[in-house]
Design a protein around this ligand. Structure first.
Ligand code: B12
Ligand code: SF4
Length: 478
C-alpha cells in the first residue's frame, strides 16, 4: 500500500510573521509516531510543508494529515485534492479533536485525541474494508508503543532532529490550554515506561535532545527515574516545566545533573486575578523570582512564556512584562496574545459571553486578537504585543539581561543564544536554503554546555562588546 503522511505548514508560511528558522526546528513527531504502526512493506512518504514542498501529483492509497488550528484550511485543501483523486483520506490532531464536524466534511475518517490506540484499530478495519467514519481515543497508555519511525524524518532539514516526547498531556487544567479537550474521555497525563524512554534516548545520535513534553517534571517518580538513568549519558537537553515544579523538592537539581541546560517556563502573567481566570493554580502565590534564581544557580537558561490580553491586563502590562524579563535575566521570551482555542473552557466562556469576534482559524495564531478585550482595545493589544517582542530583543536589552548573570560564561551563553535566535534571520535563511541547518547543531550544543559554580565571576571590564566575529562560539563558551 502507498501511504502519504502530510504536516501542512501553518498559515504564517505566507505572512510577514514567517520565520523559516522557527518552523525548521522540530520534525513531525506525531506523524512519525503513527507511521510506526504501518506495515514494513508499505511504501511510505512523510512530507512536512514547513521545510519542503508537498508534491500533489502522486497517487497514494491512504493519506494521513495532521491538523493544527492554523494549518486547518491548508489541510482541508490537501484532503479535498486527494479525495478527488480517489485516495482514502484521514484527518486527526488537535483541531480535528476540537471541531470534528468541520473536519469530517473533508475526510473519509476522522480521529479524536491521541492516535496510539485508534490508528492501529483503523488499520485493521481498513484492511478488512470496514473503516469507520470516526475514531475516538479512549485507551491511554504508551506501553508497548513501537519505536517512532525516525528513518522517515529528513534529519538534515531540522535544527533539532533529536526532538522527543516521553509523556503525553499534563497534570494541570489551565482554561486556555487545549489539553483537557484533546485528552477528553481518558487519562489526561501519562508517561512512557522509564526504560522505554531511556532506550529511545539511546537510539538518538549526538548529544543534544529537545523534550517537547508539555511538562517533563509533571510526574515526579517518572522524571526522577528518567534523570537518574540519563546521568551517565553525556547529554545536553532542553525542556518545559511549571514554576511550581521548579520550586518543589530537588527534581530540578536532578534534571540539571542529567544535562538540562534550558527550560521553557509558563509564567504567563503576574496578576493573581488573571491566574484565577486561567485556572493556573500551579502559579498562584508562587515566587517567580525564587524559581528564576534556582534555575540560574544551576546554570539553566530560561525561555519565559507570557500571555497578554487576560481580563485584568491594561496598557502597562507590556512594559512591566518586558522589564521583568530583562531584570530577571530571562534568556528568551515568548509572548502570546490570549487565544481562546475552540474546545477549551476559555472558548466556551467567551462564546457564552458573546465575546468571540471571528471564526477565521488562520487568525488563531496567538498574534491576532480574536475576542472582545476588556482592559484595552484590540489594536492596542496587538501593537503592545509587537512592541514587547521588538523591545525585549533590542541589542541593548539583550546585553542588559545577559549582564545580570553571575558568571561570564552564563552571560556569554545568554547573549549568544538570545541574539542568535532573534538577530540573525538572514543568516538562518541562508543556512536553511543551503541545507546546512543540521551542521549548526555542534554550535547549539556548545552554547548549552554546563555552567559550573566555579566559573569565573564578572571581571571589572566586561568583554561582551569586544566579541570578535572571527572567534568561534566554541572558543567563547569553553
Ligand atoms: C513541535 C510543536 C510546534 C512546532 C509544530 C511543527 C511540528 N513539527 O510538529 C512549531 C514550532 C511550528 C509550533 C508552533 C506553534 N505552536 Co506548537 N507545539 C509543538 C509541541 C511542543 C509538540 C508537538 C508534538 O510533536 N507532540 C508530540 C506528538 C506525539 O503528538 P501530536 O503531534 O499531537 O500527535 C499525536 C496526536 O495528535 C495524533 N494525531 C495527530 N495527527 C493525526 C492524524 C491522524 C490521521 C491520526 C490518526 C492521529 C493524529 O496522533 C499522534 C500520536 O498520538 C506541542 C506540545 C505537545 N506536547 O504536543 C505544541 C503545541 C501544539 N503548540 C501550540 C502553540 C500554541 C503553538 C504556536 C501558536 C505558538 C506561537 N505563539 O507561535 C505556534 C503555531 C501553532 C498553530 N498556529 O497552530 C499549542 C497548540 C494549541 C492549539 N490548539 O493549536 C501546543 C499544544 C502547546 C500548548 N501546550 O499549548 N509548535
Ligand atoms: S500547565 Fe501548560 S500544558 Fe498544562 S494545562 Fe496549563 S498550559 Fe496546558
Amino acid at each position: 500500500m502507498k501511504v502519504k503522511l502530510i504536516l501542512p505548514a501553518l498559515t504564517e508560511a505566507e505572512s510577514p510573521f514567517w520565520r523559516p528558522i522557527k518552523y525548521s526546528l522540530f520534525p513531525p513527531l506525531g506523524l512519525a509516531t503513527l507511521a510506526a504502526y504501518l506495515d514494513p512493506d508499505d511504501e511510505i512518504e512523510l512530507q512536512d510543508q514547513h521545510v519542503e514542498n508537498v508534491t500533489l501529483n502522486d497517487s497514494p492509497d491512504l493519506v494521513i494529515i495532521q491538523v493544527y488550528i492554523t494549518n486547518a484550511y491548508r489541510a482541508y485543501s490537501f484532503a479535498d485534492h486527494y479525495r478527488k483523486q480517489g485516495a482514502y483520506v484521514i484527518l486527526g490532531g488537535l483541531h480535528v479533536t476540537s471541531l470534528p464536524e468541520e473536519a469530517a466534511q473533508h475526510a473519509d475518517s476522522i480521529f479524536l485525541g491521541p492516535g496510539e490506540d485508534t490508528f492501529p484499530q483503523f488499520l485493521r478495519d481498513f484492511k478488512n474494508r470496514q473503516p469507520k467514519k470516526r475514531y475516538t481515543s479512549s485507551i491511554r497508555t504508551l506501553e508497548g508503543v513501537p519505536p517512532i519511525r525516525r528513518d522517515l524524518i529528513k534529519r538534515h532539514l531540522y535544527l533539532v532532529p533529536n526532538s522527543i516526547v516521553v509523556t503525553r498531556g499534563c497534570p494541570h487544567h489551565c482554561t486556555f490550554c487545549y489539553k483537557d479537550a484533546f485528552f477528553e474521555g481518558g487519562k489526561t497525563f501519562y508517561t512512557q515506561a522509564t526504560d522505554d524512554a531511556l532506550a529511545e534516548i539511546d537510539r538518538l545520535p549526538g548529544r543534544h535532545l529537545y523534550f517537547l513534553d508539555d511538562h517533563l517534571l509533571g510526574n515526579v517518580k517518572f522524571a526522577s527515574a528518567l534523570f537518574d538513568g540519563m546521568k551517565g549519558m553525556n547529554r545536553v537537553f532542553q525542556s518545559a516545566a511549571t514554576v511550581d515544579s521548579i520550586l518543589r523538592g530537588n527534581l530540578i537539581e536532578k534534571a540539571a545533573e542529567a544535562g538540562l541546560r534550558s527550560l521553557f517556563v509558563g509564567f504567563e502573567t503576574f496578576s493573581p486575578a488573571n491566574l484565577k481566570q486561567s485556572n493556573k493554580k500551579q502559579n498562584l502565590q508562587k515566587d517567580y523570582k525564587k524559581a528564576v534564581k534556582r534555575l540560574h544557580d544551576l546554570g539553566i537558561m530560561i525561555n519565559g512564556s507570557f500571555v497578554f490580553g487576560l481580563d485584568e491586563d491594561n496598557h502597562d502590562v507590556f512594559k512591566r512584562t518586558v522589564e521583568w524579563g530583562i531584570e530577571n535575566a530571562i534568556t528568551t521570551s515568548t509572548y502570546h496574545i490570549l487565544t481562546p482555542y475552540p474546545g477549551t473552557q476559555l472558548y466556551a466562556d467567551m462564546k457564552k459571553q458573546g465575546r468571540i469576534i471571528t471564526d477565521n482559524w488562520d487568525r488563531y495564531d496567538t498574534r491576532h486578537v480574536v475576542y472582545q478585550t476588556k482592559g484595552m482595545l484590540p489594536d492596542e493589544l496587538e501593537e503592545g504585543y509587537r512592541w514587547a517582542y521588538r523591545e525585549f530583543y533590542t541589542w541593548s536589552n539583550i546585553t542588559r539581561a545577559s549582564l545580570k548573570h553571575d558568571s561570564v560564561k552564563h552571560m556569554l551563553k545568554h547573549f549568544l543564544y538570545s541574539g542568535g535566535w532573534k538577530k540573525f534571520e538572514p543568516l538562518w535563511n541562508f543556512i536553511i536554503k543551503t541545507r546546512n541547518l543540521n551542521n549548526m547543531l555542534p554550535i547549539l550544543e556548545s552554547i548549552l554546555s554546563k555552567v559550573n559554580s566555579k566559573d569565573k565571576p564578572l571581571p571589572e571590564k566586561i568583554p561582551l562588546a569586544g566579541v570578535e566575529p572571527t572567534q568561534t562560539i566554541q572558543q567563547l563558551v569553553h
